[in-house]
Write a protein that binds this ligand. Structure first.
Ligand SMILES: Nc1ncnc2c1ncn2[C@@H]1O[C@H](COP(=O)(O)OP(=O)(O)O)[C@@H](O)[C@H]1O
Ligand SMILES: Cc1ncc(COP(=O)(O)O)c(N)n1
Length: 192
C-alpha cells in the first residue's frame, strides 16, 4: 500500500483511519498491524486514531485529559504523520462536550506543531456504531472538495453530531446493541 501512496496516488489527499479498536472497545487488529500502520503514517495526509488506537501506536496509556491527547498527537507527528485528528469520543463520558484535536506540523519547525481543538456537544445515544469510520470518510470527502484540513475536520464533526442526534430515527435490529448513526440525516424528513 505504501508503494501505491508513493506512486500513482502522490498528491491525492489520503486519510488513514487506523481501525484497531472499535468504539465498543473490541480489538479489531491482528498482530503486526501496528507496524504496518506506522509505516503508512508518512505516506498519508492525515491519520485519525481514537484514544485506544493512539495509545497502541505510541506505546502509551490511553489519554485521560487534553494534555495527554496533545502529547500523543505530537508523538504521532514524530512517528511520521504530517497531520493527526485525534478523536476524543472515549473521554469524559459523563460530560456535555466531546473534543477532538487536529495537530499539524507547522511550516517553521522551530515553532512546533499547530494544535486546533474541535469541541462539540456530546449526543446522548447508544447508537455510536461507525462514528470513527463515518468521520474519516467525511473528512476525506471534504478534502476532496478542496477544504482546508481543519475546516474539513470541523465540518465533518458537525455533520457527525447531527447524524448521531438523528440515529434514534432509525430502527435497526432488535435495538439491543450499539446502533448505527443516521448518514442520511439531512434528507431524512423527505426520505422516510
Ligand atoms: N456521543 C457523542 N456525541 C457527539 N460526538 C461523538 C460522540 N461519540 C463520539 N463522537 C465523535 O465521533 C467521532 C469518533 O469518535 P471516537 O468514538 O473517539 O472514535 P471511534 O468511533 O473510532 O472509536 C469523534 O469526532 C468524536 O468526537
Ligand atoms: C468490522 C468493523 N470495522 C470497523 C469498526 C469500527 O467501528 P467504530 O467506528 O464504531 O469504532 C467495527 N466496529 N467493525
Amino acid at each position: 500500500m505504501s508503494e501505491a501512496l508513493r506512486g500513482p496516488l502522490t498528491g491525492v489527499p489520503v486519510v488513514l483511519d487506523p481501525v484497531m479498536v472499535a468504539t465498543s472497545g473490541d480489538s479489531l487488529a491482528a498482530e503486526g498491524v501496528r507496524e504496518a500502520i506506522v509505516e503508512l503514517l508518512a505516506h498519508c495526509s492525515l491519520v485519525t486514531p481514537n484514544l485506544p488506537e493512539a495509545a497502541g501506536l505510541t506505546g502509551e496509556e490511553p489519554a485521560s485529559d487534553r494534555g495527554a491527547m496533545a502529547r500523543q498527537a505530537q508523538a504521532l507527528l514524530g512517528l511520521g504523520a504530517p497531520a493527526v485528528l485525534l478523536k476524543g469520543g472515549h473521554l469524559g463520558d459523563d460530560g456535555d462536550q466531546v473534543w477532538d484535536l487536529v495537530a499539524r506540523r507547522g511550516p517553521d519547525t522551530s515553532q512546533g506543531p499547530r494544535l486546533d481543538w474541535l469541541d462539540g456537544p456530546r449526543v446522548r445515544t447508544r447508537n455510536t456504531h461507525g462514528t470513527g469510520c463515518t468521520l474519516s470518510s467525511a473528512v476525506a470527502a471534504n478534502l476532496a472538495h478542496g477544504l482546508d484540513l481543519v475546516e474539513a475536520c470541523r465540518r465533518a464533526k458537525e455533520w457527525l453530531a447531527r447524524a448521531l442526534a438523528s440515529s434514534e430515527q432509525l430502527s435497526v435490529g432488535d435495538g439491543s446493541g450499539h446502533g448505527p448513526v443516521n448518514h442520511l440525516e439531512a434528507s431524512w424528513v423527505t426520505l422516510r
